[in-house]
Ligand binder design. Structure first.
Ligand SMILES: *Cc1c(COP(=O)(O)O)cnc(C)c1O
Length: 478
């Protein structure tokens, strides 16, 4: 064998050897995931198998087009992979291949949604989605008074529907009335921050009244839908989109399911496939498709239902524990993997609790709660239990987590008082003095230490945690 020329030598060097800087960042992030409590509702921990597939040699291959209809040669095995992935997607969601098809190429949830809109609508056609402050997603037509914020409002006319301000459930009556005036071509259901299930029968009736398409974006809940733990949108919708990395626990990507026998359009299969490529995307990410395929195999197994049930039990328990400590939740509970915690009765903003929790190793995100006066200062927090469930935590462990959160709120209230103002920048200034051992230091440092010790009791998928050592660049003197 001839010697590898110098210009090709880097191709064979492991990351740690050729690029210690990036390796160190990776190690620090691994350490953070291992040492903290991940409560962001859109996140989860994917499997070792999905990571192996995602980091595989399939990344080298171009395969624009669909199986057996590619623009490049050499796609024999890629075709086999994509067909397998499609088959498993239909199986995981219990769909009849005579009635449903799926495109597994979308790069992520947002691109899946834009491709779906491209398939269903003409430019400037009208669509309705749940408003962003009420838990909807940016890609469902979000705009502000001053700006069309997303492609879904730039290229289409959109109108949001809302929650009933007293029950905080979807205001289906309001939606029906608005639809009579707006006459949408498409109604989108699905959300990023809605703790309850959807009434698809009513949504279908409203869509039918205007001969509109009904699309469900189950990005957050698809893992629970596959398990049969939530109502089935496939019975009612023309198109269903999802991400594959939230409750579905796979790699970062998207899927678009389309009804082959839709009464609205007989050609949905062609419309969706053409919208993904060439309208919106180029070559598929075959390494990701391999990771989706192995994820869907997992989601078709009997143990998947146990995982999904546990995610919901954990969310219910976490919610109940917060309520029993006197806190307010939007709708006072949940049907799915997330709870929306309304902090407004405490006089605390979501941003402040998010910052404080970051200091102690609990990852959460600020979130609008219905009726928030300002979208800039959200009054709530969104919590999800997918990632903790994937680290083996059960209902009793949620009690410990609720207690950590309770202590974080108490400290945040003390710090807010110390700050002497309600401004986030003053809060951050005071919170950072905690690092120097001043205000509230003991409580914060104790809490951080306990959160770490608790988090490190649990395994982290894809990592041999017993072999982890604290990487350079992470200080832990407390
Ligand atoms: C997360 C999410 C998306 C977007 O997914 P990305 O992969 O982040 O692009 C779309 N719709 C809903 C409802 C979501 O929650």
């Amino acid at each position: 064998m001839s010697a590898t020329p110098d210009f090709n030598k880097p191709l064979y060097a492991p990351l740690a050897e050729i690029d210690p800087e990036v390796q160190n960042i990776l190690d620090k992030e691994t350490w953070r995931q291992y040492s903290g409590l991940e409560l962001i509702a859109s996140e989860n921990l994917t499997s070792l198998a999905a990571m192996e597939a995602n980091g595989s040699i399939l990344t080298n291959k171009y395969s624009e087009g669909l199986p057996n209809a590619r623009y490049y040669g050499g796609n024999e095995w890629i075709d086999e992979l994509e067909v397998l992935c499609q088959k498993r997607a239909l199986q995981a969601f219990h769909l009849d291949p005579a009635k449903w098809g799926v495109n597994v190429q979308p790069y992520s949830g947002s691109t899946a949604n834009f491709a779906a809109l491209t398939a269903l609508l003409q430019p400037q056609d009208r669509l309705m989605g749940l408003g962003l402050p009420d838990g909807g997603h940016l890609t469902h037509g979000y705009y502000t008074a001053k700006k069309k914020m997303t492609a879904s409002s730039i290229y289409f006319q959109s109108l949001p529907y809302a929650l009933d301000p007293s029950t905080h459930l979807i205001d289906y009556e309001g939606l029906k009335k608005q639809a009579r005036i707006f006459k949408p071509r498409l109604i989108i259901c699905g959300a990023s921050a809605y703790p309850r299930d959807w009434d698809y029968t009513t949504l279908r009736a409203v869509a039918d009244e205007h001969d509109a398409f009904l699309m469900a974006d189950i990005a957050h809940t698809s893992g629970l839908v596959a398990a049969g733990e939530l109502a089935d949108p496939f019975e009612y919708c023309d198109v269903v989109t999802t991400t594959t990395h939230k409750t579905l626990r796979g790699p970062r990507a998207g899927l678009i399911f389309f009804r082959k026998d839709s009464l609205k359009a007989k050609d949905l299969e062609k419309r969706v496939n053409d919208a993904v490529f060439p309208a919106c995307q180029g070559g598929p990410h075959n390494h990701t498709i391999a990771a989706i395929a192995t994820t869907l195999l997992q989601a078709s197994q009997p143990t998947w239902k146990e995982y999904a049930k546990q995610v919901v039990v954990n969310a219910r328990t976490l919610g109940d524990e917060l309520v029993s400590r006197g806190y307010k939740l939007q709708t006072q509970g949940t049907d799915n993997h997330l709870v929306l915690w309304d902090l407004r009765p405490l006089g605390l903003t979501g941003s402040k609790l998010e910052k404080l929790c970051d200091l102690v190793g609990i990852t959460i995100n600020k979130n609008a709660v219905s009726g928030d006066a300002s979208a800039q200062v959200p009054g709530g927090i969104r919590l999800g239990t997918s990632a903790l469930t994937s680290r083996d935590m059960l209902a009793d462990d949620m009690k410990v987590v609720a207690d950590f959160l309770h202590r974080a709120v108490q400290v945040a209230l003390v710090l807010q008082k110390e700050a002497g103002s309600k401004l986030l920048k003053d809060f951050v200034r005071v919170a950072s003095t905690v690092e120097e051992g001043k205000v509230g230091a003991k409580t914060v440092i104790d809490l951080r230490r306990e959160v770490r010790a608790f988090a490190r009791k649990w395994p982290l998928p894809g990592v041999q945690s017993s072999k982890l050592v604290r990487p350079a660049g992470i200080e832990e003197d407390d």
